[in-house]
Ligand binder design. Structure first.
Ligand code: CAA
Length: 257
């Protein structure tokens, strides 16, 4: 598969997906969103891939948002369609993907860039990273799920402040607010993501996918997360991975998933 706007490589059970438009600070145009959808779909289907690391090319930006040049002349209808299609194709599918994803935030993560990081399951940032949802400064609002996911991650009050001021916060502040799980120096970013990935990869992929589904269920309107958890818990029983995990424990050895 040839990509124009992203780099995609699978190595040691990790899919590395890099948004590669450094001249535009990796801004997300429609074509990039489709390519990301393709790469994530391929990674999810490939059972040898156990974790995804998503980052931006070069060391200035993770992703500086949706491509402003592309939507500057959109009508109301086209604007709504942009948000709807983007959320469906990328942000929602990534959040609901059974293969865990780590956003390695290597610089500016603004607008759609922060929204993409928030759709990942885990976020780590380099200490030079800056994060924000500056859309109201452009006369628009976050449209790739930012109003919802930011409030879920940092609480309504801080989300309201970040969104209405359109300001950026530092990696330190993002860590303090729980927006990112870890911070490190830029050269340590991918190794830190790989360390987390290697811990994830010791565990049952089937159980991880069930856990992701259950955690996400608690954030969906009209879905009872506890009910989903009970069902998913039950679904693990009788599977080969459940057998391997419990047998390995009883035999005092490490499981081989
Ligand atoms: N879209 C398109 N192009 C972008 C871009 C974006 N989001 N962000 C940066 N670029 C381009 C710039 O236009 C510039 O291109 P040219 O050299 O051709 O002029 C190039 O990337 C480098 O950017 P700057 O010269 O601006 O770099 P800087 O160091 O002076 O500033 C920055 C860096 C503060 C990140 C600044 O680029 C910036 O503010 N970018 C826009 C951030 C933003 O508003 N993001 C939200 C987008 S809207 C959105 O995401 C909507 C949604 O939720 C769906």
């Amino acid at each position: 598969m040839d990509y124009k706007n992203i780099l995609f490589e699978s190595k040691n059970a990790i899919a590395y997906i890099t948004v590669n438009r450094p001249k535009q600070l990796n801004a997300l145009n429609a074509e990039t969103i489709v390519e990301l959808n393709t790469a994530i779909t391929i990674a999810e289907k490939d059972k040898s891939v156990r974790c995804m690391i998503i980052t931006g090319a070069k060391n200035k930006a993770f992703i500086a948002g949706a491509d402003i040049k592309e939507f500057a002349n959109h009508s109301k209808k086209e604007g709504e369609e942009l948000a709807r299609k983007g959320q469906e194709l990328l942000f929602d599918m990534l959040e609901n993907c059974g293969t865990p994803s780590i956003a390695a935030i290597n610089g500016f993560a603004l607008g759609g860039g922060l929204e993409l990081a928030m759709a990942c399951h885990i976020r780590i940032a380099s200490d030079n990273a800056k994060m924000g949802l500056p859309e109201v400064s452009l006369g628009v609002i976050p449209g790739y799920g930012g109003t919802q996911r930011l409030a879920n991650l940092v609480g309504k009050g801080k989300a309201m402040e970040m969104i209405t001021t359109a300001g950026m916060i530092s990696a330190d502040e993002a860590n303090k607010w729980g927006l990112v799980n870890h911070i490190c120096q830029q050269e340590e970013l991918i190794p830190t993501a790989e360390k987390i990935a290697s811990k994830i990869m010791r565990n049952s992929p089937m159980a991880i996918a069930s856990a992701i589904k259950s955690v996400n269920a608690g954030f969906k309107t009209g879905v009872d997360g506890f009910e989903v958890e009970k069902k998913e818990f039950g679904n693990c029983f009788g599977t080969t991975e459940f057998q391997e995990g419990t047998t390995a424990f009883l035999e005092k050895r490490k499981p081989n998933f």
